[in-house]
Design a protein around this ligand. Structure first.
Ligand code: FES
Length: 79
């Protein structure tokens, strides 16, 4: 069971979405702060923040799906 939580920051770098909003885009924010470069869990939230201007999201917000990384399938060649 996944509990729904409110997200408003990058936990790894201790930066709020409000603070990240000052940058031009996701890549500028990531480059300047390192947000998104540790565990990466905040990436969909940061990208949604740049798309909407909102700075707080529920973890089950369906708009996050478009910013979640696609699952990686590995072809190991022997399976
Ligand atoms: S929460 Fe942002 S990189 Fe981990």
């Amino acid at each position: 069971m996944n509990d729904v939580v409110t997200v408003n920051q990058c936990e790894c770098k201790n930066k709020t979405l409000e603070q990240l909003k000052q940058y031009d885009n996701f890549y500028a924010a990531m480059g300047a702060t390192g947000c998104g470069a540790e565990c990466g869990k905040c990436i969909p939230f940061i990208k949604l923040m740049f798309a909407t201007g909102e700075t707080e999201f529920k973890s089950d917000d369906p708009r996050l799906d478009q910013y979640r990384p696609a699952p990686v399938e590995y072809d190991l060649g022997f399976m």
